[in-house]
Ligand binder design. Structure first.
Ligand SMILES: [Zn+2]
Length: 475
């Protein structure tokens, strides 16, 4: 932590000497000069590796950084202790930059080119330590520009916890915290630099709990009813159901409790399910059928069943007006060059991914702009994108070819490669935010596209219903 404290002092010092500067170029140059400082913040969060809704230290560090830079902090918003909003300025437009900081269970990894656990319970396999830090850096730089130019408008940083399965942003949207925002920006760590139109699958997830009767499994099995039977019967029916759902749909599950010992008939068992599709109405329909399967499974095995909604997110509503601006800015910033040391690390990682050599061109270049996007994962940014015009992009924070949620992603995220990708993101976000403050017409046309695409009769209904934030879903 000592490193962090020194760095915070350095950041506020550079902030106070900033006011003389005016141009966007100067702002970006100043941001570049703080690369090492922001790298230290990101690496601290990488080491904290805190999972969804448990991100006290990570959230605290970003709050402190923003507060020291002159932002006002509202913490514990939407009933989530680690969620917060940092704000600077007044009036419109209100530009929001989102930042995530949660890690994934398992996947602890050292920042080395081979699989080696760092001994922690979680790891930053989705790069959210870089995500939160780059967005923080961009919010601070944008604030410096607003201040230096005496511009009207509000810059906000949204500290959004528990993206991985916890649907943190959904509660913030449900609470109305985005209602007065004009445009929301985000980005995501990745294996390439790209600002093409994004897509994401809507999803619903729940924990199905079966309750049976315990008894000696050999001496009095007739007295027992196995809760695990309930889970297995449900799983079997769901696996049959796969044949009868749209083929782009995804269903996955893990048995989170299957009993404790073979000679005790389990009176409790739990299975954790996800259903996904690129249209939320399809997800809702599949999920309702999953509940029916669970009810049938309970009936047939003489057990009872209840379930708890855990997460639920909308698909992503792309905004091409904003996307084009983001792509132009990312192209202007450009990708990265690897040092000799980084190349050696990347080649090691590439070998574990079945490649001979790391594809350095992908890290260096920006992907051509595309408007057609295919969705693979889900994100709670989806709900934000149905509330305000939203735009995102990715940078090559990982060795090209690296899949998200892998040890290779954790490893690269803990090196200077991750930091470089993070700074590309911070600059691109800053430039886009400044464009929005400078150009009222751009904000207006982004809004017009948003309203047209969302449809006049749109009504926001969170897929996870009215449940309170699932603060203990990782426990
Ligand atoms: Zn992620």
């Amino acid at each position: 932590m000592r490193k962090t404290l020194i760095l915070l002092a350095a950041l506020s010092a550079s902030y106070y000497s900033m006011n003389a500067q005016k141009s966007e170029k100067d702002i970006i140059k100043n941001l570049e000069q703080k690369s090492t400082d922001y790298g230290i913040i990101a690496q601290n969060i990488w080491e904290f590796a805190e999972m969804g809704y448990q991100e006290e230290k990570s959230s605290g560090l970003l709050q402190q950084t923003l507060q020291d830079a002159g932002f006002t902090i509202k913490k514990g918003v939407a009933g989530i202790p680690t969620a917060f909003i940092a704000e600077y300025g007044s009036g419109s437009p209100v530009i929001a930059i989102m930042g995530e900081f949660d890690a994934l269970p398992g996947l602890s990894q050292k920042a080395v080119g081979e699989k080696e656990s760092a001994g922690a319970v979680a790891g930053h396999a989705c790069g959210h330590h870089l995500f939160g830090t780059a967005s923080t850096a961009a919010a601070i730089s944008t604030k410096e520009w607003l201040e230096a130019n005496k511009s009207k408008g509000t810059i906000r940083f949204y500290g959004t916890p528990a993206e991985e399965g916890g649907s943190g942003k959904v509660y913030m949207v449900r609470e109305g915290l985005f209602n007065d925002v004009d445009i929301a920006l985000h980005w995501h760590p990745g294996a390439q630099n790209a600002a093409s139109a994004g897509a994401a699958l809507a999803n619903k997830s729940a924990k199905f709990r079966f309750h049976g009767i315990s008894a000696h499994a050999a001496a009095s099995p007739d007295k027992g009813r196995s809760a695990l039977d309930g889970v297995e019967a449900m799983d079997m029916m769901i696996n049959m159901m796969r044949e009868h759902i749209p083929q782009e749909a995804r269903i996955h599950y893990v048995i989170t409790d299957g009993g404790k010992a073979p000679n005790v008939i389990p009176d409790f068992a739990e299975v954790y399910y996800y259903a996904r599709h690129n249209r939320r109405d399809v997800v809702i329909e599949i999920f309702d059928r999953m509940v029916k399967a669970a009810e049938g499974a309970a009936l047939g095995t003489g057990t009872t069943m209840d379930y708890e909604m855990i997460g639920g997110t909308h698909e992503l509503l792309p905004n091409l007006t904003l996307q084009k601006v983001m792509h132009e800015n990312l192209s202007e910033v450009g990708g990265m060059e690897y040092t000799t040391e980084e190349k050696a690390f990347a080649d090691k990682i590439a070998k574990t991914l079945g490649q001979d050599k790391a594809d350095l061109a992908t890290a260096k270049n920006v992907q051509p702009y595309k408007t057609e996007a295919k969705a693979f994962g889900s994100t709670d940014v989806g709900d934000v994108s149905f509330t305000v015009p939203t735009v995102g992009f990715s940078t090559a924070t990982w060795v090209p070819g690296t899949p998200a949620h892998s040890w290779q992603a954790v490893a690269a995220g803990g090196t200077s490669i991750g930091n470089k990708g993070m700074m590309i993101a911070a600059k691109t976000l800053t430039m886009t935010a400044i464009d929005l403050f400078k150009d009222k017409k751009l904000v207006a046309s982004a809004k017009a596209e948003f309203l047209m695409k969302r449809g006049a009769d749109f009504k926001y209904i969170p897929l996870l219903g009215d449940r309170a934030p699932a603060l203990d879903y990782r426990k």
